[in-house]
Design a protein around this ligand. Structure first.
Ligand code: NAD
Length: 469
């Protein structure tokens, strides 16, 4: 185990007098996070503002080369970063978890560095010539959550830097060390002050969204905080990308093969122990294959080990914090109190250390039960029985959020027809949550606005500028 090297990186980023960060699996001390004062925030924004002019003056090729060097640095420190991430966030090293997340950071950075961005010719005839250019915006303020702290930071940092902006990033107060370590590693390849991390809580995030020298806010987090930021940032007319909460529906069609889809359904729902914005949170299954799907999912769930992240065999971990564990427990209790049937899980061991909650599948649940209609953001999946596909689609679309969704079928044409009726930023077919750095991702309805990834994602962190003659 590489805990020794992880401590070396930790020593460089933590503050001896800082706030304690505890391991959510064991309660042990991981490290101490520095806290940014309002004066230090102002200083960080001023430095990023000064550095932006020189960074923006570089060509796309120059910036791309630097970003590839930053990806090399991540790869060189991959195991140290993964160990720290596992200890602070709780996610296991193995499975689609800590090592996967660090690998994704390098992959996203390289893709953002590699996509060509050319001026677009809008008009070129006897009436005139018009071109659309994409200029840097200035300093981007990035604010993130605790579930995928490194990867989501890279989603904000990589396109912003590529397009000639500098970045001041405020990590979640639950997982600051992971982001500080990532930024430290990136900064071994980046020019000074192009990327600055400012650890702190929501009040520091608010100060960032009010700051007159921040041109754009990239926010990933809850709907409630997103709404607060939109109000605060309105005064300075900041550009915004809002990646907010979801409560993703999946609809299984009656021609699906339960055994064949069970493992992909499982990981669609339980990736990162369910603490994923675009994870499958509500599964609608037709009466004709309901029992088979429940059975197949239960068999998969039963064989997935949950435990301390640094133990190599585990693929599921604890909830990251006590508050999130309480939300999951409250919603599962509400479901069982209402008479829903627990297929596996529930019944947590409250005396055991760590914020563990067992992998939980709940069947025969009312479609309006809170476990179905609220984002529980943890390792519980309600499975709702349906007889009419139109009714299932109406239930799936019946919430105010719409981040991801999925349709599961052996018939591609039928699946595509149902997918077209889903109200969400993305609808996957026979998979769920399968994001790709080349494919834009964003929310519908109250799950937010603006796109990340791909060329569209790069354009979102740029000022469109028409030159017309
Ligand atoms: P949160 O909204 O509580 O906090 C997110 C960040 O906002 C934190 O860094 C926090 O300090 C900061 N913050 C809090 N109040 C603020 C304010 N007034 N002004 C500015 N910043 C403020 O969210 P969370 O609990 O950390 O994350 C979980 C939520 O994030 C879930 O709802 C999940 O669905 C969502 N999420 C969405 C995506 C996506 O891509 N759409 C990805 C991951 C998580």
């Amino acid at each position: 185990m590489d805990t020794q090297t992880a401590s070396t990186l930790l020593e460089q980023i933590q503050s001896p007098q800082g706030r304690e960060i505890l391991d959510p699996a064991t309660g042990e001390l991981v490290g101490r996070t520095p806290q940014t004062s309002p004066a230090e925030l102002n200083d960080a924004v001023a430095r990023a503002h000064t550095a932006q002019t020189t960074w923006a003056a570089q060509s796309h090729d120059q910036r791309s080369q630097t970003l590839h060097a930053a990806a090399d640095a991540i790869e060189a420190h991959a195991e140290e970063l993964a160990v720290l991430l596992s200890r602070e966030q709780g996610k296991p090293l193995n499975g689609p978890n800590a090592r996967f997340e660090v690998g994704a950071c390098a992959a996203w950075l390289r893709t953002a560095a590699s996509i060509p961005v050319e001026p677009e010719v809008l008009l070129d005839d006897e009436t005139g010539h018009a071109e659309l250019h994409y200029r840097p915006l200035g300093v981007v303020g990035a604010i993130g959550p605790w579930n995928w702290p490194m990867m989501i930071s890279i989603w904000q940092i990589a396109p912003s830097l590529r397009m000639g902006n500098t970045v001041v990033i405020k990590p979640s107060e639950y997982t600051p060390l992971s982001v500080l370590a990532l930024v430290h590693v990136l900064n071994t390849a980046l020019p000074a002050d192009v990327l600055i991390a400012v650890p702190g809580d929501g009040s520091l995030g608010k100060a960032l969204t009010e700051h007159p020298d921040i041109a754009k806010i990239m926010f990933t987090g809850s709907v409630t905080t997103g709404k607060a930021i939109i109000k605060t940032a309105a005064d300075t007319m900041k550009r915004m990308t809002m990646e907010l909460g979801g409560n993703d529906a999946g609809i299984v069609l009656d021609d699906a093969d339960p055994k064949a889809i069970a493992e992909d359904l499982f990981w669609g729902a339980f990736i990162n122990t369910g603490q994923t914005c675009a994870a499958l949170k509500r599964l609608y299954v037709p009466d004709s294959i309901y029992d088979e799907v429940c059975q197949a999912l239960t068999e998969v769930a039963a064989k997935m080990p949950m435990g301390i992240g640094l133990e190599e065999h585990n693929v599921l971990g604890p909830l990251q914090n006590a508050k999130q564990r309480e939300i999951v427990a409250r919603l599962v209790d509400a479901a069982t109190d209402s008479g829903a049937r627990v297929l596996i899980g529930a019944d947590p061991d409250d005396a055991a250390p760590g914020f563990f909650y067992p992998t939980t599948l709940v069947a025969d649940i009312d479609p309006q039960n809170p476990l179905v209609t609220e984002e529980q953001f943890g390792p519980a999946l309600p499975i709702i029985r349906y007889t009419s596909l139109d009714q299932a689609i109406a239930w799936a679309n019946g919430l105010e959020v719409g981040l991801g969704s999925s349709v599961w079928s052996s018939d591609p044409k039928r699946a595509a027809e149902v997918a077209a009726r889903m109200e969400a930023g993305t609808t996957w077919i026979n998979k769920h949550g399968a994001i790709d750095p080349r494919v834009p991702f964003g929310g519908a309805k109250q799950s937010g606005f603006g796109l990340e990834f791909g060329l569209q994602g790069l354009k979102e962190v740029a000022q469109p500028h028409v030159i017309s003659s």
